[in-house]
Design a protein around this ligand. Structure first.
Ligand SMILES: NC(=O)C1=CN([C@@H]2O[C@H](COP(=O)(O)OP(=O)(O)OC[C@H]3O[C@@H](n4cnc5c(N)ncnc54)[C@H](O)[C@@H]3O)[C@@H](O)[C@H]2O)C=CC1
Ligand SMILES: O=C(O)[C@@H]1CCC=N1
Length: 266
């Protein structure tokens, strides 16, 4: 299995580094717009640095599109003829772009080309990612399982209808940034009350990690777990009510709304 990456930025590297940490051995070919950055990265990680996007398509069997939405049309135009001739599996992680749109830009239909749409997140780098997948009708079961397996190596996967991808972006694609932001806010409070920043960050991050693991492991809903921590007349209920007074739940939902609207081009 030969894998190709068009775009070698934050998300591509999180995935490749995650695979590397899990002993994934497939050959990887990559090309991006910044030669001074991707060539040393490829050398350091034993990957093949290509000189064009077309070369990636000609060398690899599964092509990952890891560029920003704004340059996607230009990239697909560039690789169109090679894709039409070779018909590789095309895996797109580009936000807000459907399988049908990708096939269309390549002047093929979803029945003619194996296109898999994914939405990963940066925690793939430490094999704790969360990736959504959907496939065009042309995708063979073998190829779908192959790609799904690659993401199971570096986290959890969920097969979702394309209509739910924007919601998934909010809950898992973008949300690591929101959780890091929450951790930083708690850590700053620690600094406010005299702890060192690195010490406060470690304490807050471990509390978030344990809480997430508890939610996943426990039969109780998150709200039941909230109640378990809130002793009557205690510290937690005082803090929780003050957070709600400042609009905690509303702030989170507004953030999710804005992410979803942006993904849908609204
Ligand atoms: N960063 C994240 O946490 C996530 C990003 N995504 C999606 O992944 C895609 C990539 O995002 P990032 O890695 O964050 O962006 P980035 O800006 O870090 O990387 C983009 C890469 O595309 C390359 N590039 C630009 N023009 C190119 C061209 N014409 N040909 C080949 N390569 C070109 C750049 O050199 C760079 O390596 C986006 O569509 C984004 O929506 C999806 C989930 C999470
Ligand atoms: O901010 C972005 O557009 C990308 C998509 C999901 C995470 N980062």
């Amino acid at each position: 299995m030969k894998l190709g990456f068009i775009g070698a930025g934050n998300m591509a590297r999180a995935i490749i580094n995650g695979w590397s940490s899990q002993g994934q051995k497939a050959e990887i070919y990559l090309h991006s717009a910044h030669k001074a950055s991707y060539e040393p990265y490829a050398k350091e990680h034993g990957l093949h640095a290509c000189t064009s996007n077309t070369e990636v398509v000609s060398k690899a069997d599964i092509i990952f599109l890891a560029v920003k939405p704004l340059v996607l049309a230009e990239v697909l135009h560039e690789i169109k003829e090679t894709v039409q001739a070779k018909k590789p599996v095309v895996v797109s992680m580009v936000t807000g772009v459907s399988i049908a749109e990708i096939a269309d830009l390549l002047e093929l239909t979803p029945k003619e080309l194996e296109v898999i749409r994914i939405m990963p997140n940066v925690n793939a780098e430490i094999a704790a990612g969360m990736t959504a997948l959907n496939a065009s009708p042309a995708v063979t079961e073998t190829n779908f399982l192959r790609v799904k397996g690659l993401f199971e190596m570096i986290g959890q996967t969920e097969i979702l209808p394309e209509k739910d991808f924007s919601t998934f972006v909010a809950l898992a694609g973008s949300s690591p940034a929101y959780v890091y932001f929450f951790i930083d806010a708690m850590s700053r409070a620690g600094v406010k009350y005299g702890l060192k920043k690195d010490q406060a960050t470690k304490i807050a991050a471990q509390a978030v990690l344990g809480s997430a693991q508890k939610v996943l492991a426990d039969q109780k809903t998150p709200m039941q777990l909230v109640d378990d921590v809130c002793s009557p007349g205690g510290t937690t209920i005082a803090g929780l009510l003050a957070m709600e007074e400042a609009g905690f739940m509303t702030a989170v939902i507004k953030g999710m709304d804005a992410t979803i609207n942006k993904d849908q081009g609204k």
